[in-house]
Design a protein around this ligand. Sequence first.
Ligand code: GTP
Ligand code: MG
Length: 138
Amino acid sequence: VERTLVLVKPDGVRRGLSGEVLRRIEAKGYTLAAVELVQATPELLERHYAEHVDKPFFRALVDFMLSGPTLAVVAEGNRVIEGFRSLAGATDPTTAAPGTIRGDLGRAWDGPVMQNIVHGSDSPESASREIGLWFPAL
Ligand code: GTP
Ligand code: MG
């Protein structure tokens, strides 16, 4: 079966939404294969967000991701990569559709960082790369 890496980002953990995200993953019918609370490091984030290193928001994104613990989750199920992206909703929580995690629970915050509660891998290649970064023992 397919696996994806889900992160409840520091804003989601801080707001007490970890359980709500896990609930939605399980309610959809996916299985939790691994769950761990992780304090990210700059090295981990530079690898995780390698595709964004040249973006203007990269430094702010890394600082935000260092601002508190992240709940790292491996979720499993048929077409879970695409399925979790659908549960998460659009990147910008202001315009993400109601019914999605970002649309129901997120909004624009003061400051330079987009805080959108969750991350989900965007392809099978990303999923295996990201699971290896966050769960080196898996
Ligand atoms: P992830 O599931 O977190 O990867 O989100 P995504 O795939 O919907 O978005 P993308 O990979 O393009 O961007 C990764 C993360 O960078 C986003 O989740 C946001 O936290 C942040 N980000 C993306 N675009 C912007 C932007 O234009 N401005 C700011 N401040 N942050 C952004
Ligand atoms: Mg992405």
